[in-house]
Design a protein around this ligand. Structure first.
Ligand code: SAH
Length: 263
């Protein structure tokens, strides 16, 4: 527990977005902070290559909490950040993607500010945008989708989601974070909502990393695809017509004799 208000000598805590995995998708601001931070707290979704950009002398502290097995309670993390701010000048708390998208940054931000610690949130590229661009499907290509919904397949109390009830996917791109474990519920709720079995769905595991795997299916066959290929977390679900656009673009790309060079 945090016991007292902080003094003026306290350092600052930066709640930093690490992006989806590829270190090149870190923001310049995040990079600058990581190169200066005295101590860096990180969790499961932060790839080792991103930790590699931290200052050599920085202390790296793992505070991960995988779904269902809370290795570190939120309250403990809050007090460790508070403690670190009283011992160090620059404290970084690295979170996968954008800390403000299903990143529980609010709890840390409010706790630190309430306890007199200077604190700033540094945006990161959320997995949805990172993967959409790297795979080449615009989330709001206007021929396919005029709306994007960012949904979570997991609820705070561990209960299954019901966000997919009465949800028509036509004209929308649905992006589901933490959806792999509740895929069966998501699929049946989408079908019960009147969506066709042929509604397209993509699952991207380890997006933007060299271990990335992409699976394309529809509401009828996606569970079989997941089982047969032993798809594992972290994985992002994308539902909607834009998945068809992605497949079309892949065919065009495969017709190139040489793969275009990236930077
Ligand atoms: N703040 C993060 C999301 C955290 S919620 C962001 O903005 O991206 C955790 C979920 O994000 C995972 O269960 C998974 O659905 C998704 N995710 C995060 N990194 C991912 C990656 N590299 N590949 C696929 N999904 C990822």
């Amino acid at each position: 527990m945090i016991s007292s208000k902080n003094s003026n000598r306290a350092g600052a805590v930066y709640l930093v977005g690490a992006g989806p995995g590829d270190p090149e998708l870190l923001t310049v601001k995040a990079l600058k902070i990581l190169r200066k931070a005295d101590i860096v707290f990180y969790d499961d979704l932060v790839s080792p290559r991103i930790l590699g950009v931290c200052r050599k002398k920085a202390e790296l502290v793992y505070v991960g909490k995988r779904l269902g097995q809370h290795s570190c309670l939120q309250e403990d993390i809050n007090s460790r950040l508070f403690q670190a701010a009283s011992e160090h000048k620059i404290v970084a708390r690295l979170k996968g993607g954008d800390p403000s998208v299903f990143g529980r940054v609010g709890e840390e931000y409010s706790s630190l500010l309430a306890n007199g610690i200077q604190c700033e949130i540094i945006a990161g590229i959320t997995t949805a945008s990172g993967v959409a661009s790297s795979l080449g499907f615009p989330l709001t290509h206007r021929d396919y989708a005029r709306e994007i919904l960012f949904l979570s397949g997991h609820k705070k109390d561990g209960a299954n989601t019901d966000s997919f009830r009465n949800l028509n996917c036509i004209g929308k791109t649905l992006v589901v974070y933490m959806g792999l474990n509740s895929l069966d519920t998501i699929v049946s709720e989408l079908l019960e909502s009147g969506n066709s079995e042929t509604t397209k769905i993509a699952i991207i595991q380890n997006a933007t990393l060299s271990s990335e795997r992409v699976f394309i299916g529809n509401l009828e066959n996606i569970q079989t695809i997941v089982e047969e290929n032993q798809v594992k977390s972290p994985a992002l679900l994308v539902v909607g017509e834009i998945v068809g656009f992605y497949s079309e673009m892949e065919k065009l790309k495969n017709s190139f004799s040489e793969i275009p060079q990236t930077l």
